[in-house]
Design a protein around this ligand. Structure first.
Ligand code: ZN
Length: 410
């Protein structure tokens, strides 16, 4: 456990802590039934703004070997993500990768994105640190190196496979403790005309939609565009385009090339985003104080709603046991006195208890058996998909509660 004393991007010690979510267990450390009484390690969950480069980051870092020991998120479980990735692959094939060229994906998971390139003439390589997940990818025919992506593994890949025309990284940048090393590695692996596409949850969305629950120990950084431009510039690269995407509550995809590369810079689009960030106040502490106050107000409002329903004798369960759900449950103190159980499609979470609050997790079929009156959607980023899939629950008289940006019943 290390306290962060300098900014991960610019090394400035001028960090402003604006939100303290308190000691919190790791969001993916589910507990075996029977182990509830055993002590559960918890770690501070504080968030700060670098007053120099505007990177928002956690105030404490849990060592990755503790955090990723039991990594259980398999991205293929979501239809929304599968579709998003198939569209991304199409864009890469149309615009950036020619037959025979190398496409590398960092933190490639079970190959959910790279599968879309099979049989399309390009060479692919995944890099995935979780051994069990890398094995699933390799078994599915997606060649995957079981390692962390770093300047060291990048050099090894380059000497074995040559330079990469495209490097993809989705939902990993926020998890990286050493941003300088990963960016250096990307630069070393990238072909002189190559493109890096990186997608991460966008701070502007987190801020506007009060997505405070996306703050958990695995997410070390919360990016606006400005500090990222600065980061790549300091390694001889330039962000030449950026697009907002709807996944994970609002993300942004940046396009990077070596400085002076052949891809045209979308100056207008980039400047519009920077202007928006500035006007929102994302570069100044005052906006974050306002955000913290809004989170506390949200807590009060959601708890009042749940208590009212309980007082009326209603039963409530949760849909989804995502990492973000555990931030919300732990910070709001929502336990088994409120939620009877949670359901999640991931079999890796079923029959376990959520970290901290110890809500039992079952498969979605439990909804038919128990018929709770209300379903708190903790996986709100998939709310539309969930409500579509659970149309029968709604028709039978059930109600959904979406907790953010403002609690509402559907
Ligand atoms: Zn900084």
């Amino acid at each position: 456990m290390a306290e962060v004393t300098r900014c991960r991007i610019c090394q400035s010690p001028d960090l402003y802590t604006f939100l303290r979510l308190g000691p919190t267990p790791l969001a993916n450390s589910f507990v075996r039934p029977g182990d509830e009484a055993k002590s559960e390690p918890s770690y501070p969950l504080d968030v700060c703004l670098c007053k120099n480069c505007s990177l928002v980051q956690l105030g404490y870092v849990v060592p990755p070997e503790i955090m990723f020991r039991n990594y259980i998120y398999f991205s293929s479980t979501s239809d929304t993500i599968r579709k998003h990735f198939s569209e991304e692959a199409q864009e890469v094939l149309e615009s950036y990768a020619k037959p025979g060229e190398l496409v590398v994906e960092i933190a490639s998971n079970d190959g959910v994105l790279l599968k879309n390139f099979l049989g399309k003439g390009v060479r692919i390589l995944g890099v995935e640190p979780a051994t069990n997940i890398a094995r699933v990818a390799n078994d599915a025919g997606v060649e995957t190196l079981n390692d962390f992506f770093s300047s060291k593994s990048a050099a090894e890949i380059r000497s074995e496979k040559g330079a990469a025309s495209v490097i993809l990284a989705n939902n990993v940048f926020a998890h990286v403790p050493d941003l300088h090393d990963i960016v250096k590695g990307m630069g070393a692996l990238l072909d002189s005309n190559g493109v890096i596409m990186i997608e991460f949850p966008y701070l502007a969305d987190l801020y506007l939609k009060r997505e405070f629950d996306t703050i958990y120990h695995e997410h070390l950084s919360y990016f606006s565009l400005k500090p990222v431009i600065h980061l790549f510039k300091s390694f001889g690269m330039e962000v030449f385009d950026a697009k907002r995407t709807p996944v994970h509550g609002g993300s942004i995809r940046i396009y990077v090339q070596k400085s002076g590369g052949r891809h045209k810079r979308n100056s207008k689009g980039l400047e519009a985003l920077l202007k928006m960030e500035d006007e929102m106040g994302l570069y100044s502490p005052a906006a974050y104080d306002k955000f913290a106050a809004e989170v506390l107000a949200l807590k009060k409002e959601l708890l009042a709603l749940l208590m009212k329903l309980k007082a009326e004798g209603k039963s409530i369960a949760a849909y989804g046991a995502p990492a973000k759900g555990n931030t919300l449950l732990n910070f709001f103190g929502i336990g088994r006195d409120v939620l009877d159980f949670a359901v999640d499609k991931s079999q890796y979470k079923q029959n376990l208890l959520t970290p901290g609050m110890h809500i039992p997790v079952y498969g979605p079929e439990m909804l038919k058996e128990k018929k709770p009156d209300y379903l708190l959607i903790l996986a709100w980023n998939f709310a539309d998909e969930i409500m579509r899939q659970q149309e029968g629950y709604k028709k039978a008289g059930g109600h959904f509660i979406i907790p953010i940006p403002q609690p509402r019943i559907i």
